[in-house]
Ligand binder design. Sequence first.
Ligand code: ARG
Ligand code: GLU
Length: 729
Amino acid sequence: MIKKKIFLTALVASIAFHLSADEGMWMLQLLKQQKYPEMRALGLKLTDYDIYNPDGSSIKDAVVQFGNGCTGEVISSQGLVLTNHHCGYGSIQNHSSLKNNYLEEGFWAMSREQELPNPGLTVTFIERIDDVTDFVKQCLERDSAKDSLGVFYLSPSYLKGVARERVGEVVLKNLQGIDFEIKPFYNGNRYYMFTKKIYPDVRLVGAPPSSIGKFGADTDNWMWPRHTGDFSVFRIYADKDGNPAPYSPSNVPLKPKRWLTISSRGIQENDFAMIIGFPGTTYQYFTSWEVQERRDIDNAVRINIRNIRQKAMLEEMLKDPAVKIQYSSKYAGSTNGYKSAIGANWAIDKHNFVDVKLRKQLQLQQWARNNNRGEYVSAIDAIRSAVDQRANLRFRERMLSEAILMGIEFSKVRYTHADSLLQALSTKDKAAIEKYTDALQSDYRLFANKDYNPQVDQKVSTALLSEYVRLVPRNEQPSIFDELYSRFDGDVGALVQAIFSTSIFGSEQNLQRFLASKRKDKLLKSDLMFRFAQSVNSEYDRLQMQLNALKRPYDEARKKYVEGILEMDGELNHFPDANLTLRLTYGKVKGYRPRDAVFYGYQTTMDGIMEKEDSTNWEFVVPEKLKYLYQNSDFGIYAMPNGKMPVAFIADTHTTGGNSGSPVMNGNGELVGINFDRNWEGVGGDIQYLPDFQRSIIVDIRYVLFVIEHYAGAKHLIEEMDIDKIPEI
Ligand code: ARG
Ligand code: GLU
């Protein structure tokens, strides 16, 4: 015991805990104080105002949030936007059919009229960023009596009210497409307000075929060396005054405040690189216990369950091209998180993240003792005990979410209208009966939409439920599982079969049979699918409620813990965890050594595409035209000086999910690439950045331009862009 203590003390003393050179997702409004000198030293030629200017236009104004989870950049005076192929994927899939299979063949609008609208897709500009910490804290104090649970300080809905209060209702009423959002930073120690301009008319302009935009698919996903042309092109439309407006044929291309200039001159090793975008979530301030929880519960459950789900899905997809279109997006989303969970667990073990975080908490503990800050010591203890106490609940919640709520599509059917219809039938209320019968039918269409296939759902759910009942003890399963044992003898396949053959939403025929039936009340009451959905969803609510009881002290303790770290190290030395807000990361173009005696270069070329080509494997098919261009070295001005055609490169910038589509800029602020992935060795970077291992994977802008111009023949788009013009500073 004593020995251990001495050892740990020595450990703490010996390790100075500094952020490594290129680590960090920095807030633009603090850049000048925090990082600007270092960026200049690395090769940045711009002033801080060129990047972020609160009173005028700057590079930041060309960076947008694309949809809810990606980034994009404006690259022409006509509102043209670049993002990743995988960010435009849902839209491309939506417009695809067996006849017009844009996923397979690509899509290029050769005129404005051909650009395709995407209801639901938005592009968001950040107009202003304000520090509102004092204001929010005053409001919290004023409202503390109403906040009996003590949760307001992190509550999005509470903070929304505060934002409205701050801005004033009059202003709100007069603004079209403007939204105000206050977000907590450093776990609720700081608050910033974002003024956003949200454009809802965003049209698809172009996308390469998946054999370019998704080349290497899941095998290459999260891997370097990479050869994916992961980009797609959209255009923002506005009303004639340039304001956000819902889709209308009379809308016109947006004339943006700012767009990026593009460099076709390429990059060299050690060149300065910076990325601005909207990183989603990181866990830099985890304690050792949270790292273990993530590895042993969250990631372990995800890896196990998704593996089962994907196998079942892929079998069906490979059998039928129509199913492949239907399930491409769902499948890609699933495997993406699956593979990153494996990579994260690998990094946690390989680089001892548990110890790394332990050292930090011990350092704070010691500092707190020396400085009379007992509250930080208590915070560390409180985190530990919350994590301990929630272990079983968390496992059940993760199992329920991964294996049932996310994995089984019919667990998401809407059952509220079925309940209302039953009610109406019992009171014989004719109008209500009619209303809810209609509602039920539209619920069915929403559920069994064009991307739903009952055979796939049946197969996947049988596989998932088998694993669920194997791992979750019987007395901890939702109540509907009683019937699995009483009526179906524990046979999951028989239960699923019964759900599909008898339930109203089991098939179109079932629905019609129900509509014609005289015993609707009986059918509704006994409907297995509705009862299943109801049971698993209320189990989820129950688990959430129990978890919430532990969440409050946990959130409090985390806030304190981070406060302690900031106090000990100085706030300017830290960046807040990613939270889907605008950030900048900088570093260098740089190769790396993944393991002993292996070195990965920083740049890939089309030679590598041909090395990977495999016409018998859907992931590595190379389109004929691309091969033809390659064989004839038809690369135009985009070739490198050695005649090779660049495809992708890497930089030691610090990025995460949400940074997809982010512009990668050189020291002049010119666009040189689009971020789209991270390397396998860097996937653990959401918990701990490793300068020698972590790399952002970036599609070279020269490859993007080459595909647009030479592969797609969409020269009119190239002509819209500012290529190789010195940026106006
Ligand atoms: N790994 C990248 C990201 O996290 C790309 C994902 C898209 N590609 C795929 N094969 N699922 O989003
Ligand atoms: N592909 C990720 C995204 O969609 C970026 C890769 C990463 O997590 O770093 O945002």
